[in-house]
Design a protein around this ligand. Structure first.
Ligand SMILES: [Zn+2]
Length: 255
């Protein structure tokens, strides 16, 4: 397979500290053409930007994940702005959103953090990478209010929520989760997403698809996710990869 676009990955993650350079050097040989790095905290924002300057096929985003809503250092909005200004390969604000899953989450702080970053995306006319976990209703409400362009990643909502996201003009990203046995809801959502709004992602190092589930994931494993998606959509796998690659380029404004 060629032409793979991994639209959401975390290569600054410590899981890659031992062999990051070796992994990143091999991906293009394995058919990976583009990689988008998602940022979760201020360290990621800096590291992602650096990696995207080092590797031609890697692009990056800058944003604070909702899990850091209560702990993020002051000055993060300036850091996001400066990073975008300094590096033309920073193409999105993300990952941002709402996560009501983990213990001790602070709803009000998460909404405030998400809102500030949605406002910045509107001001700079940039796409957002949205993370939403157990928070579909509130996420949709804010997306309807701000109408950003962008993607809802690692989609875990219902087919109805997918339809609402599509109506807002956004893309929807699916991970290796669609290959899991218990993934009926994700499969139904994927069925509901039109081909021109579908993108693939790993969310690596997490979410390795079957038969690699539980191991460290990298962008080359999108091949397994693409096979499952192609089966669901009833089209040849390379055709699905080609279409989702074009979608990813349009989503992030990459030539
Ligand atoms: Zn992520």
């Amino acid at each position: 397979m060629t032409n793979i676009f991994d639209t959401h990955s975390h290569y600054a993650d410590h899981a890659f500290d031992e062999d990051r350079a070796a992994v990143l050097a091999q991906l293009p040989e394995k058919g990976v053409k583009y990689v988008m790095l998602a940022a979760s905290d201020t360290r990621d924002i800096k590291e992602n930007s650096r990696l995207s300057q080092e590797y031609g096929y890697i692009w990056s985003s800058a944003g604070i994940h909702p899990e850091y809503a209560a702990s993020v250092e002051d000055g993060y909005m300036e850091l996001i702005r400066e990073t975008i200004k300094a590096n033309p390969k920073v193409k999105a604000i993300g990952e941002i959103g709402l996560d009501y899953h983990y213990e001790g989450y602070d709803k009000a702080k998460e909404i405030q953090l998400f809102t500030e970053q949605l406002e910045l995306a509107k001001e700079l006319d940039m796409p957002v990478i949205v993370h939403s976990r157990d928070a579909s209703a509130d996420t949709l409400e804010l997306l309807k209010k701000y109408r950003p362009k962008g993607v809802v990643h690692c989609f875990s909502g219902s087919a109805e929520t997918a339809a609402d996201v599509i109506k807002l003009g956004m893309y929807i990203g699916f991970t290796g989760v669609i290959t899991f046995k218990n993934a009926k809801k994700a499969v139904r959502a994927l069925e509901a997403v039109p081909m021109d709004r579908l993108v693939l992602e790993t969310d690596c190092p997490y979410m390795a698809p079957v038969p690699f589930r539980g191991t460290r994931c990298d962008s080359s494993l999108i091949a397994c996710t693409a096979e499952k998606a192609a089966e669901i959509k009833g089209i040849p796998v390379q055709e699905l990869i080609d279409i989702t690659c074009e979608n990813g380029k349009r989503l992030y404004g990459i030539e």
